[in-house]
Structure formats: structure tokens, C-alpha cells
Design a protein around this ligand. Structure first.
Ligand code: NCD
Length: 308
């Protein structure tokens, strides 16, 4: 099978077919062993890690993924110490960074930043989050987590809960899920509903979905619940944020009507939407999701450099 990621940019989940995604999932599950092998397949490669917005998991897991495969990392997470702070443009910075690295991992608050970077660079660009628009590698790892933890995807009823409007992980995950035979339950306050363009593409893909506001009314129907953080920093005003702050809190009470097989996920960071009392439940896998993130990012880097 030809590797569909060789030399490619990873900008949006919409750019990859179901076959491509399955190929990535299979490669990611092989990474569990490679992680232990001390494999040095990327020993002559350098990744530039450019995080112009806060990040913990995404940045550290890309770093770890590259290093687990023997590669090197240059870059910054504190953009105030980079020349951006002096007023250098993104385009100038990228042109310079291209001389030092073989792949760029970019996070920015601007929608379209990664696609713009890809349009001016010769080396592959991986989108590590662009505004409220895309976070493709998070969506790949979320899908890998569902597949590994449940064993299958087709036939599942999946609830997405919280900020479905500004959350970029949801925006990237929905097109991936739409490639499978699933039912989606969209749980959000009315003002934070899934964007119209996403609903239109769900309809086009023939995915059955419904929108509700109250989690309790649907929790018993779900096989998987993907909680999300209300994206405070993306609201037009603090007042708008305050209206929906704390809208959902998943706790033992909310879970009363749920199946004991219900998989509980969250891309993290969590603020207050999951009570820490839920963490010890065996079906709460949100602290295992980052492990899938490591495997998926190792797989993506290995595939982009086509070394497997
Ligand atoms: C997400 C993000 O940055 O969009 N975090 C992450 O990468 N795991 C989710 C969020 O910030 O709410």
C-alpha cells in the first residue's frame, strides 16, 4: 500500500480520506512497540516546533514523538522571546526556520495560519491548532483512542458536549467521524452549537445526528461522550463567556443514567466540566488520550518522512 502521508502537509482532517485515516491508525498502533525499541529512524531529521499560542500536550507530545524516533527538535513555546515580539512577520520567520528544519509544526491563534505557512514553505507543515478552526492531529488521536478503547467505530453513538462552536478539536473531529457509520448527539447551549457548515457536511455524508441542550436527557443513549472546554479566549466578550461558563459539569450524578461501558473522553485541558471525582472510573480515558496522541504523532512524522 502506498503511504498517503509521504511528504504531505497535515492541515485539515478534511484533506484525508477514510483509507488515509485507517492507514494512520494502523501505523499508530505499531508505534507502541517502536516507542520501546529505541528506534532511530528519524536520526537525521529536525522538527521546528513553533507554538504561538499556549500548549502543553500538543507541543510536548510532538517533541516526545520526534525524540522517540531519534529526531531532533528546535523551536520555541515562548513566542514573546522570539522575534515576533520585535514585530517580525510570520512569513519572514517561517522562511528563516525552513533553513534549519525538515518539518514545521505550527500553532497559531489565526485561522488559516498553517495553510498559509504551507503555501510559502517547501517543507511539510503540520497544523498543531489554528484559531477555532482546525486541530487535525488532536482529532486523529481522538479517533485512535475511540478505536483502541472500544475496538471499533461503526455502530457507535457518540456525544460531543460543550463548546461545539469555538472548539477546534470538534471542528476537526466531526469530518473524521462522518466517514464512519455512527450516530452523533450534539450537546451544547444553543449559542455554542455546531457551526452550520459542519451540520451541512454531516447531512451530506448521511450521518444521523441530533442537537440537544441537556446532557442528562441523552446520556443513557451514548457509547462515547467527548466533553470539551468552553473556549473562553475565543468569545467576543467576557460577558458572553459568563453566560455559558459552567454550563456542563459531568459528575457521578450526571452519570447515573449512563451505561457502565460509556467511554469518557476530553481533549484537555479540563477546567470544571468534568468533576475530578469521575477520574477514577475505568471508562474515564481522558488521561490515556495523550498516550494515543504520542503514538499518532510518531506515526505521522514517520509517514511524512516515509521511513517505515
Ligand atoms: C485543545 C486545543 O488546543 O484546541 N487542547 C489540546 O490541544 N489538547 C483543546 C482546548 O484548548 O480546549
Amino acid at each position: 500500500m502506498t503511504n498517503p502521508f509521504a511528504g504531505k502537509n497535515v492541515l485539515s482532517t478534511k484533506d484525508f480520506s477514510k483509507h488515509d485515516v485507517e492507514y494512520l491508525m494502523e501505523t499508530a498502533s505499531k508505534m507502541k512497540d517502536m516507542k520501546q525499541d529505541g528506534s532511530k529512524v528519524l536520526s537525521n531529521k529536525i522538527m521546528a516546533s513553533m507554538f504561538l499560542e499556549p500548549s502543553t500536550r500538543t507541543r510536548l507530545s510532538f517533541d516526545a514523538a520526534m525524540k522517540r524516533l531519534g529526531g531532533q527538535v528546535v523551536g520555541f513555546s515562548d513566542w514573546e522571546k522570539s522575534s515576533f515580539h520585535k514585530g517580525e512577520t510570520l512569513s519572514d520567520t517561517l522562511r528563516v526556520v525552513e533553513n534549519y528544519a525538515d518539518v514545521v509544526v505550527l500553532r497559531s491563534k489565526y485561522e488559516g495560519a498553517a495553510r498559509y505557512a504551507a503555501s510559502i514553505l517547501e517543507i511539510p507543515v503540520i497544523n498543531a491548532g489554528s484559531g477555532s478552526q482546525e486541530h487535525p492531529t488532536q482529532a486523529f488521536l481522538d479517533l485512535a483512542c475511540i478505536k483502541e478503547e472500544k475496538g471499533y467505530i461503526d455502530g457507535l453513538t457518540i456525544g460531543l458536549c460543550g463548546d461545539l462552536h469555538y472548539g477546534r478539536t470538534v471542528h476537526s473531529l466531526v469530518p473524521l467521524l462522518a466517514r464512519y457509520d455512527i450516530t452523533l448527539v450534539l450537546i451544547s447551549p444553543e449559542s455554542l452549537g455546531l457551526r452550520d457548515e459542519d451540520k451541512a457536511s454531516l447531512k451530506e455524508s448521511g450521518v444521523t445526528f441530533k442537537e440537544v441542550e441537556l446532557l442528562e436527557t441523552v446520556i443513557g443513549d451514548l457509547d462515547c461522550l467527548y466533553m470539551t472546554r468552553i473556549q473562553r479566549e475565543r468569545f467576543p466578550s467576557e460577558e458572553d463567556y459568563r453566560k455559558v461558563r459552567g454550563f456542563y459539569v459531568l459528575n457521578q450524578d450526571t452519570l447515573k443514567g449512563a451505561s457502565d461501558q460509556l467511554l469518557l473522553m476530553h481533549p484537555l485541558p479540563r477546567i470544571n466540566e468534568i468533576d475530578p471525582g469521575v477520574d477514577a472510573l475505568p471508562q474515564a480515558v481522558y488521561f490515556k488520550q495523550p498516550m494515543h496522541g504520542l503514538h499518532v504523532r510518531m506515526a505521522l512524522l514517520a509517514l511524512i518522512f516515509d521511513i517505515l
